[in-house]
Design a protein around this ligand. Structure first.
Ligand code: ZN
Length: 277
């Protein structure tokens, strides 16, 4: 299977955290100048800003707002903390609506020492609790399975199958999955799960970067496409075969790249996108 050749940047989306040293104002100008088609905004980039105005500024630059990152972190050990998490997700939905983002990516959460089954139950209950507000604003909620190395404190949802199980349970057209190659590339059931996700109309987003060997830092040592061992074109072929035709979102947390000139980094992203995605 081979993916559609990438010849331009109309389907390239960059996450604001990828160019972390840039504030939202600089990100939007640089991305637009680079001819990039889409942007996923991390919530911290909206701190202290008029969110509706930022949305207008992005649209004026012809940047499609792909999603708001991120909601989630539902599991908790006390009823108060569970309610706070739900309130924060409601806030994220209102922020997405103000920005004009059609979707929120959910990093679902986990609590060290709490059984994963309990966390998964709290995740499903948390999403169910915010769904009425998501419906009111028409905001999609994309569950992002995280690599099992993060099962202790970042997510109890670690495979596409596990994310699909939550989607099945909630059975709602606004609940789907964000497939991130960094988290799922190792899964022997990947192709079948991506196909199933597409058949159920819930493959909402596709995130790309690469897995470094060795990985110096489990959070902030992601590679640019082609720097690591993930077969990104192969996985893109799978998502396209499953009917996905949305953006290819570059989401790379990298202390190594953040230390460099971000304009040069953005050029490197574009080159890697055409050659290795
Ligand atoms: Zn991601």
């Amino acid at each position: 299977m081979s993916p559609t050749p990438l010849t331009d940047f109309s389907k390239l989306c960059v996450h604001t955290i990828t160019t972390k040293p840039w504030a939202i104002e600089e990100s939007m100008d640089r991305y637009a100048e680079a001819g990039i088609g889409g942007i996923t905004v991390w919530r911290q980039w909206l701190d202290g800003r008029d969110i509706e105005k930022v949305g207008d500024q992005l649209r004026e630059r012809n940047l499609e707002i792909v999603s708001l990152c991120r909601g989630g972190f539902f599991p908790a050990k006390s009823p108060i903390a569970l309610e706070e998490a739900i309130e924060d997700n409601r806030l994220a939905i209102r922020e997405a609506a103000a920005l004009g983002a059609p979707m929120i990516v959910l990093v679902c959460g986990a609590v060290p020492g709490q059984p994963l089954e309990e966390s998964r139950k709290q995740i499903a209950e948390g999403i169910a609790a915010v769904l009425p507000l998501a419906e009111e604003h028409g905001i999609k909620l994309a569950i992002e399975p995280l690599h099992p190395v993060y099962a202790d404190d970042r997510s109890a949802i670690n495979t596409m199958a596990s994310a699909n199980a939550v989607c099945d349970q909630l059975a709602h057209p606004l609940v789907g999955i964000a497939a991130d190659v960094y988290h799922i590339w190792w899964d022997p059931d990947l192709e079948a799960q991506i196909k199933l996700t597409g058949e159920k109309d819930r493959l909402f987003a596709f995130h790309i970067c690469d897995w470094m060997t060795p990985t110096a830092d489990l959070l902030n040592d992601r590679g640019l496409m082609g720097e690591g061992c993930i077969d990104i074109p192969g996985i893109r072929a799978m998502v396209e075969a499953a009917g996905f035709n949305g953006f290819n979102e570059v989401e790379a947390f990298s202390d190594r790249w953040w230390a460099k000139n971000q304009s040069e980094f953005l050029e490197a992203i574009k080159t890697a996108y055409l050659k290795h995605s």
